[in-house]
Design a protein around this ligand. Sequence first.
Ligand code: FAD
Ligand code: SIN
Length: 551
Amino acid sequence: MSPDRSFAYEGVRQADVVVVGSGIAGLMAALHASHRDVLILSKTGFAEGGSSPYAQGGIAAAVGAGDSAMNHARDTMEAGAGLCREEVVRAVTREGPERIDELLALGAAFDRAAGGALDLGQEGAHDRPRVVHAEGDATGAEVVRALRRAVEAEERVVILDHCLALELLVDRGRVLGLVYTAADGRRFVVAANAVVLATGGIGRLYTATTNPREATGDGLAMAARAGASLAGLEFVQFHPTALDVTADTKPLLTEALRGEGALLVDETGRRILEGVDPRLELAPRDIVARTIWNELQIGRRVLLDATGLAAGFAERFPSVLGLCLAHGLDPRVEPMPVTPAAHYHMGGVVVGLDGSTSLAGLWACGEVSWTGLHGANRLASNSLLEALVYGRRVGRSVAASPRDRVFPELAARRAGRISAGLVGSPWAGPDDPVVAELRRMMWRDVGLVRSMSGLRRAQLEIDRLERTPNAAVGEVANMLTAARLVATAAVLRTESRGAHWRRDMPSTSIHWDQDLFFDGLRPLAPQPRLTDNDRDRGGRVPSTAAVPWEE
Ligand code: FAD
Ligand code: SIN
């Protein structure tokens, strides 16, 4: 290693629990682990970044009169197209009302109907109104506000913001800590008992996305390089109705608008879902998104007509109204142009019911994780619920884990070994050419409608981009790793199901009624069809699946 390609770490910190990420999942995990010493690392301002503060529609939970966890579970399973883990779905839907109560106790001001009961929104593929919301369509911001206040009141929580976690430190299957960089470029080693990944999603891999710029798949890529089990990687959810304007993050027009009667029409006023799905605008997200995509491909514009909701619009949808007005459009008087946009990643780091991963010392929660809840297609507003349920489970599991596993010397040695690979700026600049190319290619070839030729082209393109300077470290490297994982999984799943649509293989295959696992960066061969017994094992890779893929 030449001297100019190495750098010294500023030092080795010792920590008990490290939580990476300060969205709803990370805040919830930190809160429930806070009778231990918790260090929160956030690459944005504390509780200011990630998708959480932008969540509009709300939190799905069976709290309405006449509703039940069973109804919620049934809708979740139906949307998931055969790949939901039933025991996980049951556990999460059962726990939903408790987590809403917990947030209320923490001071979250959810909207209420005239009689004082929680006001519930209707969203796609739910059989009834089931979505708890706040300030109309500003649910995420309100939940973050309540959780942030609770976490900040905990004396044993230390917050390091604008710090980017770069790499997990692993020794023989055990995570020892991590390496991070501060905003001024200095790098540190943290040796810890427990590391929690709560780093959110991968939306920035795509040209059109609803996600903020920090959604670069860092946690997924770090876990993959560390050798953790991953699953569901091919399933990227595209929200049907992002506002079709030139903006790096496309403003979201919440599905709750359609729940209240907004229509999807073409320029002649024809409802585009007619004849496609009997649930029309409230069909599952993948169906609505592909229908819009097909219209756009043949050169038609698609519009969300919410003019029928004009009277109460400002009270019920203040965020949407503000976003549209900022682009010179008024949804109360004119239909809004829409496009699908990358919104949510169903895949992630495999976790069990307590949020632990396949690596000792590592937990994951929120969008970076794969719990088995969503299957091939997430039911609307189930991700905040999952982040709350698993954030708490992770916090409790971590808090109950052994305290005496900090190995600073070993962590420092591991960090020394990988330091040459970490040289260069770890932040992706706003105009980074590699990122721009990657996003365009992912949108074209690994987007809503895929084919073997497009996916193969994408893999080659990722190979090429990985060889370019400055693609070796940090956010850019993570985006390339995440892209490779998604593209590889999409090549291997030779069928169409839920959010994974293959133009060249449009039917759903019984052979693929199973999850596709990765052992770190390496895909594992699909199994002969799983039995009910295997499925009951929950979010764990069946041991017989540990067979490298051979094509
Ligand atoms: P995030 O909230 O994305 O937070 C990730 C955190 O990790 C951030 O603090 C970030 O700074 C940090 N981070 C990332 N990488 C690193 C690193 N390397 N080092 C240090 N820190 C790092 N879901 C619903 O259920 N209901 C909704 O109404 C809803 N509306 C949505 C609206 C929009 C516009 C979007 C984009 C998503 C919406 N979703 C909704 C999805 C939902 O908001 C997300 O899935 C959820 O908020 C993810 O929470 P999280 O805590 O896992 O991650
Ligand atoms: C929305 O409000 O449409 C987003 C809800 C979600 O992503 O679950």
